[in-house]
Design a binder for this molecule. Structure first.
Ligand code: PFF
Ligand code: NA
Length: 436
């Protein structure tokens, strides 16, 4: 059977942006920013996206396009080494871990989308979230979210992922712009924007080494790096186009959506006088939901907001499910249908564990994901730098313009040496900070 491929270049870009834009931008980014000094965090984060994110994205693209395989097949085919092949299996685990917690949050979003119509959380958002976030209800909504994800992936690369993301991405951007326009008219909006966009240099200086690991973790998560999704998506590229151009476009679009999300969220929070204080995973469901309850036209805004978040979450969750699906299809010749069905069974269980227990959820969604993404990306970088070497440079140059031709060799040194050292250093210092 011939392997699937994207129908169009824009289809690939939108699918990759769909993977990148998600709860990371709309849920994690605003509360991480608010806990880390607002614009100071934004600045560090932008630096990491540019210097680590884009080169890292290119490493995954190069490995994916060169091998035309899932992460396991890619690492083993291109290296002929049983150690790299074994390491590749980590990405199957990463896919499972990611979707397990992500579809729990996706389930919350689904619930809040529905409840924005009825106003069920309006009276007491804090108590409501406490009551529904973990337990059998959460299991049910998690299964529903997972089911929708599976339906898209079941239809394949072109008819499923490409078609769905092509519809979702423009809708997400248009609705976010509309929400931002509304939010900016609220009293107190200016304060919110200032908190988000004008950096406090003193704060930045004093806390740089606390901010850095958080910004790095956020940059990897938001760009879907280190999981093998971007590798897998690039493996479906039929023609040779400029990976540098596509990768840059994807990073820029993802960043714009993140900034746009901040411009939506902070004015709403400041308008209510709650400031940016209420952080943590509940921020969206407590502070923001509370704002919807209190503000004029809050129901409508709530429906639109949670609708946007739902679309963004789905276009990311399908990319997570595609990692183990492509693995089963490529390596074991399983049909897509069977692969999806079998994995659905796995995720029904692993996700439910996260949906039942806040403690498990916290460990999975936090330290475990950080560890897997950092370790995964370091693996891809070293693979591109040391196993592929000049072949990686050649792959990056294929179909690319003059800018890409000239940065290809410096890029190889960056991914082979500088960025892995940076990532390991940052991760360890973050760990030391968290423990000490
Ligand atoms: N980038 C997604 C987000 O920001 O929500 C999360 C994500 C998707 C991470 C896919 C990793 C991944 F492989
Ligand atoms: Na993102």
């Amino acid at each position: 059977m011939t392997r699937e491929s994207w129908q169009t270049r824009i289809g690939f870009i939108l699918a990759a942006v769909g993977s990148a834009v998600g709860l990371g931008n709309l849920w994690r980014f605003p509360w991480m920013t608010s806990e880390n000094g607002g614009a100071a965090f934004l600045l560090v984060y932008l630096g990491v996206v540019l210097l680590v994110g884009v080169p890292g994205l290119l490493a995954e693209f190069v490995i994916g396009r060169r091998s035309r395989r899932n992460p396991v097949g890619a690492l083993s085919d291109l290296s002929n080494s049983k150690y790299w092949s074994a390491f590749g299996h980590v990405f199957v685990v990463t896919g499972v871990v990611l979707l397990s917690f992500y579809s729990v949050v996706g389930g919350w979003i689904l619930r809040y989308f529905a409840e924005s119509f009825t106003g069920a959380y309006f009276a007491n958002p804090g108590a409501h979230f406490d009551a529904v976030s973990y337990g059998l209800d959460a299991v049910g909504f998690h299964l529903l979210f997972l089911g929708v994800t599976a339906l898209v992936v079941l239809r394949g690369v072109r008819r499923g992922i490409e078609k769905a993301t092509k519809l979702m991405m423009p809708a997400i951007v248009a609705l976010l712009v509309a929400l931002a326009a509304w939010g900016l008219t609220l009293d107190g909006a200016a304060e919110g924007v200032a908190f988000f966009l004008s950096p406090d240099v003193g704060f930045l200086r004093a806390n740089f080494f606390d901010i850095l690991p958080q910004a790095a973790g956020q940059a990897l998560f938001t760009l879907s790096l280190g999981a093998g999704t971007m590798l897998t998506y690039a493996s479906y590229l039929g023609e040779d186009r400029s990976l540098v151009a596509d990768g840059t476009a994807i990073a820029v679009l993802n960043t714009l959506v993140g900034v746009l999300a901040g411009v939506v969220v902070f004015p709403i929070l400041f308008a209510l006088g709650s400031g940016a204080g209420a952080g943590g995973p509940g921020a969206l469901f407590v502070s923001l939901a509370g704002a919807f309850a209190a503000l004029p036209y809050g129901e409508v805004v709530g429906v639109v907001f949670f609708g946007v978040v739902l679309l963004a979450a789905l276009s990311s969750s399908i990319s997570m499910l595609e990692i183990p699906v492509s693995f089963l299809v490529d390596e074991y010749g399983v049909s897509r249908r069977r692969a999806v069905a079998g994995l659905l069974g796995v995720f029904a269980v692993t996700g439910s564990v996260c949906a039942l227990d806040a403690g498990v959820f916290g460990v999975v969604a936090g330290p475990l994901v950080d560890l897997l993404l950092t370790g995964g990306l370091v693996g891809f970088l070293l693979f591109a730098g040391w196993v592929l070497g000049t072949a990686a440079v050649e792959e990056l140059r294929r179909g690319a313009g003059s800018f890409a031709q000239s940065v290809a060799t410096p890029w190889l040194y960056a991914v082979g040496v500088v960025i892995p050292v940076f990532l390991i250093f940052t991760f360890v210092s973050g760990l030391a900070g968290a423990l000490g």
